[in-house]
Design a binder for this molecule. Structure first.
Ligand SMILES: NC(=O)c1ccc[n+]([C@@H]2O[C@H](COP(=O)([O-])OP(=O)(O)OC[C@H]3O[C@@H](n4cnc5c(N)ncnc54)[C@H](OP(=O)(O)O)[C@@H]3O)[C@@H](O)[C@H]2O)c1
Length: 252
């Protein structure tokens, strides 16, 4: 099965920043962030209605303090896979959908499996991890009933991990709501098909502040990614929603 179609979705300032400052925790926002996103509402509603994804993808940076950006190296054509944990009673539940997190180091202490919120009925947590995760960590996930895929050596081999979600879980559309580093890794690996953005009428500025597609700079022989405008929509209070399709992934 081909890898699923992947759309990135972010809410960003006009200068492409995703938070107010390095280390700023959106899970414990202060009054400034609450004011900035005042009218955004549920930012998941739009992509869910539009794309009907079976899997929403998040980066570890939403849960943990940031680590140095990993260099985006070519992924092995055939990355090593560990033993996946996909219990039938979770995976085969009718209408199952996934809230997945990329956690190659096995560093996130996920506390939830499913959401009590009726709007998210059927969605279950899933961890994408790598050979760097300890056996102790994997045991903890199994005890909590959290399925996982183990793909790659030190980091999750993203292309193969996405393919596996298609092959093993029947996923054909993914919306990544991850931060800039996950978006950057996905983009540089040529895995992004569409970029959806809600642009806020604010400028944040600030070198090092998490920004869209935070990847290693382009080398002198690498081209930026060409896009085509799919739609744009002006929202109240000066916000703009744009959707761009990715035309060519890498070099000419
Ligand atoms: N405004 C928005 O739309 C929005 C959306 C999401 C997050 N945020 C905010 O943005 C901040 C986090 O952003 P961030 O950019 O620091 O982190 P991030 O994108 O959330 O996390 C980095 C992710 O990329 C993975 N990664 C990086 N390089 C990789 C590679 N070469 N191969 C495989 N995986 C790779 C990391 O995996 P490992 O864990 O294995 O290192 C990690 O899961 C937080 O403050 C969060 O609240 C804002």
């Amino acid at each position: 099965m081909a890898r699923p179609r992947l759309i990135t979705l972010n809410v960003a300032s006009i200068d492409g920043r995703l938070t107010l400052a390095p280390g700023y925790n959106l899970m414990a926002p202060d009054e400034r962030w609450l004011e900035v996103v005042n009218d955004v509402g549920d930012s998941y509603q739009w992509p869910r209605a539009l794309h009907d994804p079976q899997l929403m993808l998040e980066g570890s940076g939403s849960f943990l303090s940031p680590v140095d950006a990993a260099l985006i190296e070519p992924e092995d054509a055939d990355p090593p896979e560990g033993e996946h944990f996909l219990p039938a009673e979770v995976v085969e539940a009718p209408g199952r959908r996934w809230f997945a997190v990329v956690d190659g180091r096995g560093a996130i202490d996920l506390q939830f499996t499913e959401w009590p919120d009726e709007a998210w009925a059927g969605w279950h947590s899933l961890v994408l991890t790598s050979g760097a995760a300890t056996e102790e960590h994997l045991t903890r996930l199994r005890r909590r009933g959290i399925p996982y895929l183990v793909v790659g050596r030190e980091h999750v081999a993203l292309a193969r991990a996405l393919e596996l979600t298609g092959e093993l879980l029947g996923v054909h559309t993914v919306v990544s709501t991850g931060g800039g580093r996950l978006g950057g890794a996905l983009l540089r690996h040529g895995l992004v098909d569409e970029i959806d953005l809600e642009i806020l009428p604010w400028v944040f500025g600030g070198r090092g502040t998490p920004a869209l597609f935070d990847a290693a700079p382009l080398a002198s022989d690498e081209w930026p990614t060409r896009l085509e405008l799919l739609s744009h929509e002006t929202l109240p209070d000066g916000r703009i929603r744009v959707r761009y399709g990715v035309l060519d992934h890498t070099n000419r």
